[in-house]
Design a protein around this ligand. Sequence first.
Ligand SMILES: Cc1cc2nc3c(=O)[nH]c(=O)nc-3n(C[C@H](O)[C@H](O)[C@H](O)COP(=O)(O)OP(=O)(O)OC[C@H]3O[C@@H](n4cnc5c(N)ncnc54)[C@H](O)[C@@H]3O)c2cc1C
Length: 373
Amino acid sequence: MKKVVIIGGGFAGLSALKVLARSGLGLKVVLIDRKQTFGFLPLLPDCIGRGINPDNLVCKIINICKKFQADFINKEVEAVNLEQKKIYLEAENLSYDYLVISSGSETNFYGNNEIRLCLNALDDAVDAEKIVSALKENNFDNYLVVGGGYTGVEVATNLRIYLDKAKKTGEIIIVERAASILGNLPEWMKIYVLDNLKRLKINAYTGNSLSNVDKYRVRLSDGREFNNCLVVWAAGVKTGSFIQNLAIEKNPQGRIKVDDYLRLNETCFVCGDAANFSFKNNFLRMAVQFSITEGEVAAENIVRSIKGGSLSKFKPVDLGYIVPMANNRSCGEVFGFRVKGVFATLLHFIMCIYRSCSIKNKIGILKNLSKGG
Ligand SMILES: Cc1cc2nc3c(=O)[nH]c(=O)nc-3n(C[C@H](O)[C@H](O)[C@H](O)COP(=O)(O)OP(=O)(O)OC[C@H]3O[C@@H](n4cnc5c(N)ncnc54)[C@H](O)[C@@H]3O)c2cc1C
């Protein structure tokens, strides 16, 4: 019986699990995750402004594994030896015939552990809960969001909606190192987002970064200082340390370069945020739609490898993307068309509810949205 180990029970890992379980090959599938729950990350910012209950964004991985007759190991992978086909966990190791690396990405603090202790990240439902509690328990004067990408913009707009609802005041600032927010997104989208941020009285300080931070005080690289601050760090992600330690080709975020079949080698497939897949002279962005389809194709290719058939190439279909903003003035491009405002927001939530992991969660999210959204 062939043994397939999946590292990471996120979007990519769970979609691979489903395909492997249905292969009819009677595989032994083991899923390893350091967390007990799958987290629906795209709605984390909405826990702040729209009152989404973080409990509605999680599902127990063990229950999903039971459903698909897979073993679940709730531990952190510390290292992988690709030559010996071994995975090292705390105080144990296990071997595999095929490996799926789907361990996603995590907030990048760029090695600055001091900063890490003073800031809030938004990697999972626990982080979202922490931010919501901090907001409820304190009256901050300033709210700094570091990083002007999708997540930073979404968090900042949610903070404004939260403050308005709670009848609290405070300055909300996005701090972005680059010359503009939203990186290489189209110009029309940047103009739309900047206009919306202005309406929400959110300042974007571009060409700026955090130079010093203690628990509630922050100094920026241009010398400006902010006291009594809540800081949310959304300034980039990287892959986990076991990937960083592998001597293989990776991009600066540590995403693993894969071939057309999502392979790192004959027995190791990589999918989701952990994979760096070359697409139209660029690399696929990190997104739920690609994580799910990559997980499926990686698993199909493992099945084909075992059966001795030829592998299928991963051919991404890009449905588009949306920059969600909590006052319902979202924007994006879907099937190549520009979408804006309430319609774009609606599309985002339809995608999120459709992809969330259980009927209970879907109903919970809908209830939260009808009350708070
Ligand atoms: C705040 C936020 C908002 C987002 N909004 C959107 C959006 O609107 N639309 C969109 O398409 N995408 C969005 N994304 C990105 C999207 O969530 C990711 O692309 C997607 O989750 C990647 O799926 P994955 O399966 O690769 O990784 P993940 O979903 O991150 O799952 C990885 C799993 O691996 C586990 N793991 C990691 N390291 C180890 C280890 N060493 N040992 C054991 N287990 C490990 C983790 O615990 C986790 O369960 C957002 C992300 C964030 C953080």
